[in-house]
Design a protein around this ligand. Structure first.
Ligand code: WT7
Length: 674
């Protein structure tokens, strides 16, 4: 490490610089030891889980998970809780049978809760729909019958490319009900991204809509589907929900209106039981290569852990709470904590279509007030945006219904934690900082309400029944306060089962660094003397932008796909609002002209079109050369220094250190939001 760098950092944080958290100046002061906030007595007395839960789980981990699995309704009990005889290929609740949709919907209706609201849905323009469990059951049955009519069978893949409307959930549950594997693609992804996912998963049906509302205007979805499906011969039909009334292109014979096909079906549908290991869904996520990974989740173990964590982490009281995960169903957070966890627990949830600033910056607080939301689960990037807008906005609404808050997606810096606690939670709501991943399916590290104290900025402890450690490069557990890597040392019920169609990549990516029994999460971490785990950001080439995972390689390969670009290097630079922002350095082809701003805009648009707007670089700089080691590797570390306006670290392994000086003064200012 260069002297200039360590001197500069000593005022903030010493230590190795490989971990994003320690790089990120904006996260400000770290508080490795608190302040520790004890659980409020009243909460402790009534919380769903008590302090014994950790001992109970560690005394017999498998028996503990079996107990949680019994919270679900099985048509056949399992013979074995876990089969780990062929690691890293796990089977949970072997021989057990259940229907996931029945567990999420029908059983609550049968138990007399048909009139309970499952979702208070609100569209961005202010239109609303209230859906009870009985209505949800009817809609799911109709959609399941429609899928069967379209010859969708158990095991077939169905792509869902929809905005945040109730049909998204109905479609997911209809798939689960008939054993089809859903693959929800976030509506912000491009036609290309959709096409590659349709192809990789081999989807037979796409469920979409004419569009949705975003930032005050209808935005279209169908054109991207037409483009993508045109390249995916396996897709037989496109089922289209009418949401905005926009004109759509229509391919006769292929395209069908949801209202026509689903509308005419019977509300009766007999749920079939599926094996605990029957595939439930695929969710694509970025890895360190350009090709996204199809993370496969299965039925029994997944539902067990999402349901139990939702109940324990959020202290969910089905008769009293109004629960709101303010995230998109297109991400795993939405799958586990808008759909499966809350429904399995018979929660009443809020679902909102739009962004926080439309039509005004108090929109979310208005919804909390209107529906009496008691539990709010959202991401640090949103909280930092609220901080930027100012505390007067939440102060203008009655947020007294809130009793518990959650955070997910990236480390929450103590400043944001304290602001959230005070200005949203009124100083009375504990915050659950939940660490988990698309791959883990459900919460893995979190405090527990009424049980643990709270340490702002730390996700704290492995959830009961979960085994996590902080290890060094050799896999040796580290002593307190040393910085290392987070690993999971035992399989867990909601774990991914493989990468769709690529078992080798599954083994290589997650289970090879420390052997086949240790899951490598890709995050840096540190454990303090009180046993709290602090997450320090990704250690691989994955960026975290507003809680979304984007791979540097994916953006680089999009950039070099543009005719003007010869070479590209992409880094994640700390960003006060989004956590990290994407900064690209590009070398133009000999014959390409550097038209300045115009070219930069064109490249940003190109990436947006290739991958999706979230992947548009915040800044792009055109350079003559990239810093490389003698072996030809791009030195991203130095690029990150530049992107973060830091003094440069060690440049001794650089082939030509003058390259850096050339680059240094060129970084254009970050554009304002788009
Ligand atoms: C990565 C997983 C889990 C759903 C949303 C993101 C980061 C997530 C936290 C947290 C620190 C966190 C990690 C992780 N992350 N939650 N509470 N504290 N970091 O899912 O896209 O699969 O991303 O998000 O880096 O590896 P994902």
């Amino acid at each position: 490490m260069g002297r200039a760098t360590s001197r500069r950092r000593s005022s903030c944080d010493a230590g190795q610089r490989r971990y994003a958290h320690e790089r990120d100046g904006h996260r400000g002061q770290r508080r490795d030891r608190g302040p520790s906030i004890p659980p409020p007595d009243r909460l402790a007395a009534h919380a769903n889980v008590g302090p014994d839960v950790y001992d109970e789980a560690s005394a017999d981990r498998l028996a503990f998970w079996a107990t949680q699995a019994r919270r679900l309704t099985w048509t056949q009990e399992w013979d074995e809780v876990l089969d780990w005889s062929n690691p890293p290929f796990a089977q949970w609740f072997v021989g057990g049978k259940l229907n996931v949709a029945y567990n999420c919907v029908d059983r609550h209706v049968e138990d007399g809760h048909g009139d309970q609201v499952a979702y208070h849905w609100e569209g961005e323009p202010g239109d609303t729909r209230t859906i009870t469990y009985a209505q949800l059951k009817d809609e799911v049955c109709k959609a399941a019958n429609a899928l069967t009519e379209l010859d969708v069978n158990a095991g077939d893949r169905v792509a869902i490319y929809l905005p945040m409307i109730p049909e998204t959930i109905i479609a997911m549950l209809a798939c689960a009900r008939i054993g089809a594997v859903h693959m929800v693609v976030f509506g912000g992804f491009s036609a290309d991204a959709l096409a590659s996912r349709l192809d990789d998963a081999g989807a037979v049906l796409v469920i979409t809509s004419d569009g949705g509302y975003r930032r005050g205007a209808p935005s279209a979805l169908k054109p991207a589907v037409d483009d993508a499906v045109g390249r995916s011969p396996g897709v037989r039909n496109v089922l289209v929900v009418k949401r905005t009334g926009q004109d759509v292109e229509w391919t006769e014979g292929r395209d069908l209106w949801w209202d026509d096909v689903v509308g005419r079906q019977s509300t009766e549908h007999e749920p079939e039981s599926f094996d605990a290991e029957h595939p439930l869904y695929i969710m694509y996520t970025s890895g360190t290569t350009a090709k996204p990974k199809g993370i496969l989740h299965t039925s029994g173990g997944y539902l067990t852990q999402v349901a139990y964590t939702h109940w324990a982490t959020f202290d969910l009281k089905p008769d009293d709470d109004v629960f709101w995960t303010a995230a998109d169903v297109g991400w795993v957070t939405g799958h586990s904590y808008i759909v499966y966890g809350p429904l399995a627990n018979r929660a009443t949830s809020v679902m909102y279509e739009g962004t926080p600033e439309t039509p005004h910056r108090g929109r979310w607080f208005e919804l909390i007030q209107k529906y009496g939301v008691t539990i709010l689960y959202t991401a640090p990037t949103v909280i930092r945006t609220f901080m930027k807008w100012g505390e007067d906005i939440p102060a203008g609404f009655d947020l007294s219904s809130l009793r518990l808050l959650g955070s997910v997606g990236e480390p929450i810096n103590p400043e944001a934690w304290l602001w959230y606690h005070e200005h949203v939670g009124g100083g009375r709501c504990p915050i659950m900082d939940t660490w988990w991943q698309t791959e883990t399916g459900a919460h893995m590290l979190t405090p527990l309400p009424g049980v643990t104290s709270l340490v702002p900025g730390s996700a704290q402890h492995p959830f009961p029944g979960i085994s996590a450690k902080v290890v060094d490069d050799e896999g040796k557990e580290l002593s307190d306060d040393s910085t290392g890597l987070l690993v999971l040392t035992e399989p867990w019920p909601a774990m991914l089962r493989t990468i769709w169609g690529d078992d080798d990549r599954y083994v290589d990516t997650y289970w090879s660094r420390f052997g086949k029994n240790v899951y490598f999460a890709g995050d840096g971490a540190k454990k303090d003397a009180d046993g709290n785990i602090w997450l320090l950001g990704r250690v691989d080439d994955v960026m975290n932008v507003s809680g979304h995972r984007i791979s540097t390689t994916e953006v680089e390969s999009s950039l070099v796909g543009h005719p003007a670009v010869a070479e590209a290097a992409v880094v994640g630079a700390s960003d006060p609002t989004t956590g990290q922002g994407i900064v690209a350095f590009v070398i133009l082809r000999g014959n390409a002209e550097d038209s300045g701003d115009e070219l930069v805009q064109e490249l940003r648009t190109h990436v947006g079109k290739d991958i999706g707007p979230i992947a548009k670089p915040r800044q792009i700089m055109v350079v003559q050369e990239l810093p490389k080691t003698r072996s030809g590797k791009i030195m991203r570390r130095l690029l990150r220094d530049i992107a973060e306006n830091r003094e440069l670290g060690d440049v001794t392994t650089l082939t030509d250190s003058s390259v850096m000086n050339m680059i240094k003064d060129k970084l254009p200012a970050a554009p304002s939001e788009d």
